[in-house]
Write a protein that binds this ligand. Sequence first.
Ligand SMILES: Nc1ncnc2c1ncn2[C@@H]1O[C@H](COP(=O)(O)OP(=O)(O)O)[C@@H](O)[C@H]1O
Ligand SMILES: [Mg+2]
Length: 331
Amino acid sequence: MDQNHRIEDAIVVKSLVKRFGSFTAVKGISFSVKTGEIFGLLGPNGAGKTTTISMMTTMLSHTSGSIKLFGVDALAAKDNARQMIGIVFQDPSLDDELTAWENLDFHARLYGIKNEKDEIIERVLKLVDLQDKAEKQVKTFSGGMKRRLEIARGFIHSPKVLFLDEPTLGLDPQTRRRIWDYITKLNREQGLTIILTTHYLEEADSLCNRIAIIDHGKIIKSGTPDSLKRSLGGDVVRIGVERKTELMRLLKGKPFINSVKESNEGLEISAKDGSKAIPMIAKIADRDGISISYATVKQPSLEDVFIHLTGRDIREEGADGESAWKRFRGR
Ligand SMILES: Nc1ncnc2c1ncn2[C@@H]1O[C@H](COP(=O)(O)OP(=O)(O)O)[C@@H](O)[C@H]1O
Ligand SMILES: [Mg+2]
């Protein structure tokens, strides 16, 4: 056990790097995860989330840097680390021909669970409400049921930390919310520390206590969802107006406004207090006979944070991040 290790830190990652040949997928990232929290790595496709998680779960060798799991060097003491973690992979990894029970039984044996094996399997199936489906072949399951079974499997050896790589990828919104409920339940009722990766802003926002935003192999910002949103320094005000450039010129430099930019239908304004800014903007517009068709104010979302930090939408990226970025710039 490391002398400097703080009890509240479940995981400490320092300057972690992964190179694939001449390409560097993870460029020296550092972060820590506190015991009992749900921590999210949020980033677009190709950001390096799976690569990072794979190193943290000892599935992939690292190039340089360090990873400590409850004070244990996860890169040196791999077996020790593996006992402490459960993993749910991005790609489904259940045996479709086997029943739910058989899938869990196989996994339990893999982890050398002998005492009370059947009771444990029953318990984890119940945690994800699949106790009635134990004897059903997995190939008859819906996407959401398969995901729940994988989460149950990741938890079977009572790990201290559960890693979930894109836990709701490709699921419909309703099923996604159900999976969120199970993840929250595992965290609250079982006291499980959870690390997940996602490119769904809503998922990171509603599930995670803290988030690190990762882009092109680097963490560009981290904090609680609220602190990230507050870091934009105010509300987002949208104004519908045709004479955009004129109004923008009139508003620039006004003390109640942080920044103004043009959007499709008008202007997008960052203001310390949006509801107070709107009447002042209306008055300025009115003086020059500029008509405003609508005005809305909202608190910034994580989407606004991502756009602010990267200059683009998280969904702009296709499977091939680089070319999507070029398409975006070429527009
Ligand atoms: N085995 C590999 N060999 C070469 N490049 C890889 C390999 N695995 C991932 N990459 C590249 O590393 C980058 C990060 O990938 P990944 O970690 O899967 O991103 P994410 O999970 O955030 O979508 C991508 O550009 C991907 O193409
Ligand atoms: Mg991935």
